[in-house]
Design a binder for this molecule. Structure first.
Ligand code: PHB
Length: 388
């Protein structure tokens, strides 16, 4: 009896110690892992896991446990419940992930209430970072990736544009910024349409665009299958043949779907990451990514996941491992590091990411479609927040 009691006590003590060592830092990831946006979850996790793999599963000097919850895509109530469970039951130190804007919007107030840092790794509506003082974003803001292609278009003989955007936060941001930048530079908007977030049939819109005969169509739809469908329709309905150019944010020509796009050569976009980005660090990133995930192309979401982990690592090294909301955010403000996309920094005023934005053209390089960068706007902030 005495022996068994002692044994239990020792076993318990041992159990507690080893658990604490093994799961020192809990990060709760809220991501679409099923449904039409499941590739977002996969790519973000791939990037996050690659960073952990390269760093012995440690951030700061704490061993990481990732807990992943599927929010199924555009389902804010599911995202909120998932985040609530992660905070209340799993007692995570940090929330991360967030593939789509409605998901980040719904969880922001919870991060505020619980004072838990929330690392947004995709959701890109400008105002996402204003939903909680504990949010830091490692992806992009729609106005930030839209303004450069609008300026480029105005300078490159595109005078009349028709805009087509997905009818929710990021689409509204893209539309507003495109119209503002393009018309201020002397361009004219000849038509505008907003399409449903889920699986729209682009055929009727494409006909209308063709009939209004613009120089170009500006597009924002969430990365993935919709862009592929749009490009097919754009070719089949003869818009390309009529010489109507296609300009977009780089979400359209995301490397994850580029191979499925058929003839995307010549599509012009502005964006912060390309697999073909020419830097030593990116070459290493691309190589490690292919090695870790054979057959998968590294894309912007994977880099945002990778950089999210890199950010947490840098914060914990700077502040001695403190994940409490206020201490974490204080240390995150102003941090800068080299990402596979180039140099990035966290704006101390807005907690949003400052990064170079590139103008790119889809070209075939060594038998593979790539976004080839040819112009760069250095340290470009979200223009909406920079104005305030
Ligand atoms: C978003 O919902 O914020 C979002 C989703 C996909 C993108 C960009 C933004 O490609």
């Amino acid at each position: 009896m005495r022996f068994s009691k002692t044994f239990t006590a020792v076993a318990l003590a041992f159990g507690v110690t080893s658990a604490a060592q093994a799961a020192d830092l809990k990060i709760g990831m809220v991501l679409p892992m099923s449904g039409p946006f499941a590739p977002y979850g996969e790519q973000i996790l791939n990037g996050a896991r690659l960073y952990l793999e390269q760093n012995q599963q440690k951030l700061g000097d704490r061993t990481v446990e990732l807990i992943v919850k599927d929010d199924t895509g555009v389902a804010p109530a599911v995202s909120r419940r998932a985040a609530q469970e992660l905070v209340n039951r799993d007692k995570v130190d940090i929330l991360a992930g967030f593939g789509l804007t409605p998901s980040a919007f719904s969880v922001g107030p919870l991060a505020t209430q619980a004072k838990v840092p929330m690392i947004v790794m995709n959701a890109a509506t400008s105002s996402v970072t204003e939903k909680s003082p504990y949010i830091v974003r490692t992806s992009m803001a729609l106005p930030q990736i839209t303004a450069p292609i609008a300026s480029w278009a105005a300078k490159n003989d595109i005078k009349k544009v028709y805009t087509l955007v997905a009818d929710y936060g990021p689409g509204h941001d893209a539309e507003k910024q495109f119209v503002e930048t393009f018309t201020e530079a002397g361009g004219e908007i000849v038509g505008q349409v907003r399409t449903p977030v889920g699986n729209p049939d682009f055929a009727p819109f494409l006909q209308r665009i063709k009939d209004s005969n613009p120089d170009a169509v500006f597009l924002f739809v969430p990365a993935g299958e919709q862009g592929v469908a749009f490009l097919k329709g754009y070719q089949e309905r003869g818009l390309a043949a009529e010489g109507i150019k296609l300009i977009s944010t780089g979400d359209l020509t995301d490397e994850d779907v580029l191979d499925a796009m058929g003839d995307a050569v010549g599509v012009m976009t502005s964006f912060h990451y390309a697999e073909a980005h020419d830097s030593e660090l990116n070459k290493q990133y691309v190589q490690s990514y292919y090695k870790a995930y054979p057959g998968k192309r590294p894309n912007f979401m994977s880099v945002a996941g990778y950089d999210g982990m890199q950010l947490i690592d840098a914060v914990l090294k700077k502040n001695g491992g403190d994940t409490s909301g206020d201490a974490f955010i204080e240390a995150a403000k102003g941090l800068s590091w080299e990402s596979p996309r180039g140099q990035v920094a966290i704006d101390p005023e807005t907690r949003d990411i400052v990064q170079d934005i590139y103008i790119r053209e889809v070209k075939e390089v060594d038998g593979k479609l790539q976004n080839v960068e040819f112009d760069r706007l250095p340290e470009f902030k979200d223009p909406v927040k920079a104005k305030n």
